[in-house]
Design a protein around this ligand. Structure first.
Ligand code: SAH
Length: 249
């Protein structure tokens, strides 16, 4: 993902305060390129006020008279929309669409279009888009404030960026090596044996028990230390069962 290849385009925004809110939402999430297509009232003090520490984005905003001028050099265009239109179009929710935007931005210029506060994007504007993005909402009220819609899309992009930068594991260095396949197999054999000993597992009718337990343990990824603890518990359990049987005889 390359955030420098992603521009957010606001079409005919009415309230300058929203433009400021958009600038702030974008800067918070590491996006910088703001395009304004024929804004009704810009520059304006209210935009500056709502932008807080993101006035640099307002100053750098590219103001153009038509949509074509804002997106002419883009290879991938996404239109955001609060409701389904008459002509069905490839439609994705914000999370999945952010993935597509991020991928495309690695090699292409990408534009994300946001519509007017009162009536969104026109059908003609939506028709120039490769994809439509919808933010899932409650069924009876789907229209978000413009800057809030921008915030959500920008946040989804941020999450993809920080996931890529973060190591896959939450701790950089684990304090014990993860269990090898071999040791896991030994553990499963031991577990099965112990489950038979305590008569939880009937070898004549094992059902799916061992498969389910395998799936459970493979979801957590045990380390060697944890594996030893579990095997210690199994060994002790087996001892108790044997002692119980011997004294019961
Ligand atoms: N009444 C308009 C919504 C305007 S809200 C309509 O029905 O289309 C202003 C802009 O915020 C929209 O054009 C869109 O860019 C964005 N937006 C608001 N709610 C959204 C949602 N649920 N999903 C995607 N974008 C949304």
């Amino acid at each position: 993902m390359n955030p420098d290849n992603i521009r957010f385009v606001l079409v005919n925004t009415t309230h300058p305060g929203n433009i400021g809110g958009v600038a702030r939402a974008m800067k918070n999430m590491g996006l910088r390129r703001l395009y304004l297509v024929a804004p009704r009232d810009f520059p304006n003090e209210q935009a500056v006020w709502r932008a807080a520490s993101a006035t640099d984005l307002l100053e750098a905003a590219v103001v153009v008279p038509s949509l074509e001028e804002a997106i002419g050099d883009c290879q991938f265009v996404v239109g955001t929309s609060a409701r389904a239109r008459r002509i069905p179009w490839p439609l994705m929710d914000a999370r999945h669409c952010a993935q597509r935007i991020a991928e495309a931005s690695a090699r292409e210029q990408v534009a994300v279009l946001f519509g007017r506060e009162d009536r969104g994007l026109t059908n003609d504007e939506l028709k120039v888009c490769n994809l439509h993005l919808n933010i899932p909402t409650a069924a009876d009220y789907s229209s978000l404030n413009l800057a809030m819609a921008v915030q959500i899309v920008a946040y989804e992009l941020r999450m993809l960026q920080s996931v890529a930068e973060r190591p896959a594991c939450e701790v950089d260095e684990w304090d014990a090596p993860f269990a090898s396949r071999e040791n896991m197999e030994r553990f499963y054999t031991h577990l099965e044996e112990a489950l038979v000993d305590i008569e939880f597992l009937d070898p004549a009718a094992p059902r799916q028990l061992m498969s389910r337990l395998r799936r459970l343990y493979s979801r957590v990824r045990l380390d060697d230390m944890e594996l030893n603890i579990l095997r210690g518990i199994l060994t002790e359990t087996q001892k108790w069962v044997r002692r119980g049987r011997e004294s019961g005889r």
